[in-house]
Design a protein around this ligand. Structure first.
Ligand SMILES: [Zn+2]
Ligand SMILES: [Zn+2]
Length: 343
């Protein structure tokens, strides 16, 4: 049944296909649309996700963040609202094969863009680990460095960065750590009204380095902070996920008073939140514009005019709204779609 609906929808969308470049098409969804889409998304997640994943529904959604943003910065609110509100889907009319959002805001506080970034970062760092571990001996560890809570995000971040620069120049660091990569992460404490900023690193450790020695060395450069944690990583995939995950949780974002919230929203564009060094130096990041949406990424070579690998019909691009896109996800992975169709 789904099959028929999808096919009709896509055919309809084809007639609406705008001429010219997708990126230049103005698209401004009404708040109503955003709300509908959001409800559809909640329903979809509730229906399709496992129990343990369902708790994520309790976290504020993009719509909540947009609503809040509208009060403090209309321009940023509009960008966030437009981000991932429309998608370009490559299809034969029956099989959706690739999909891209027509616009991404690339803001670190955007749940869509943060998830996409975490995913992309994760894939690339995992590939780099595999490559490096072929030639370099050592143990992969997760190292967390923390500083005292800071009243401003900017100030706290730059203090932590300065401390880490000194830390990595220490003889004891150079002797033991062959390479590192990792990201800055922050949480917000509404009671004390300040930021807790920390650095999660995946390090390739040579000689053993115990926690209390690391703590001493860290206190040496920070003056007042000594809370560190180091543990061996058994599963590189899990470790990478830990360091590449969201920079800020939406929950924390919603707890901030307006002036802190604005600080996060207005954070300078090129602020570096991911660092690499040693044998992991220069893990390169592709541009987000070039990456497919996560769900249908197995057909990255296909383009308009090619034949569909399943039914051999010619492929073309259609533009669908977020709700329809979620509908495509609902159909599940490609094998399902194919099975339905061939029966
Ligand atoms: Zn975004
Ligand atoms: Zn097809």
């Amino acid at each position: 049944m789904n099959q028929v609906t999808l096919s009709t929808d896509l055919r309809k969308s084809r007639q609406l296909k705008p001429s010219g470049n997708a990126e230049t098409v103005a698209f401004t969804p009404s708040l109503d649309t955003v709300q509908q889409v959001d409800n559809a998304e909640r329903e979809f997640r509730r229906a399709s996700q496992s129990k343990s994943e369902r708790w994520t529904l309790r976290t504020p959604t993009k719509r909540d963040i947009v609503a809040r943003l509208e009060r403090v910065s209309a321009k940023d609110a509009l960008r966030l609202k437009q981000c991932c509100s429309a998608f370009r889907v490559l299809t034969c009319g029956i099989h959706p094969l690739r999909s891209y959002p027509t616009f991404r805001c690339k803001k670190l506080f955007c749940p869509d863009c943060a998830a996409e970034r975490a995913n992309r970062l994760g894939n690339q760092t995992e590939a780099k680990i595999a490559e490096v571990m072929k030639t370099t001996k050592g143990r992969l560890c997760l190292l967390t460095l923390t500083t005292k809570n800071a009243p401003t995000l900017d100030g706290g971040l730059s203090n932590l960065k300065k401390a880490f620069t000194q830390f990595k120049r220490k003889k004891v660091f150079k002797e033991r750590i062959k390479g590192y990569f990792g990201g800055f992460e922050y949480t917000f404490n509404p009671k004390t009204n300040d930021f807790h900023i920390h650095l999660h690193l995946i390090v390739l450790r040579g000689k053993f380095w115990n926690q209390s020695d690391i703590s001493d060395a860290w206190r040496d450069v920070t003056g007042d902070s000594f809370i560190v944690d180091i543990r061996e990583i058994k599963d590189a995939h899990k470790g990478v996920k830990e360091v590449c995950k969201y920079v800020v949780k939406s929950n924390d974002l919603m707890k901030m008073p307006d002036e802190k919230f604005l600080e996060v929203v207005k954070m300078k564009k090129g602020t570096r939140m991911f660092i690499t060094g040693g044998c992991f130096y220069n893990v390169k990041l592709d541009d987000a514009d070039e990456t497919d949406d996560n769900i249908f990424s197995q057909f990255t070579d296909l383009t308009e005019g090619d034949a569909c690998p399943f039914c051999k019909q010619e492929l073309f691009d259609v533009f669908v709204d977020r709700k329809t896109h979620i509908g495509l996800h609902e159909l599940g992975s490609m094998p399902n779609v194919v099975k339905n169709n061939s029966s």
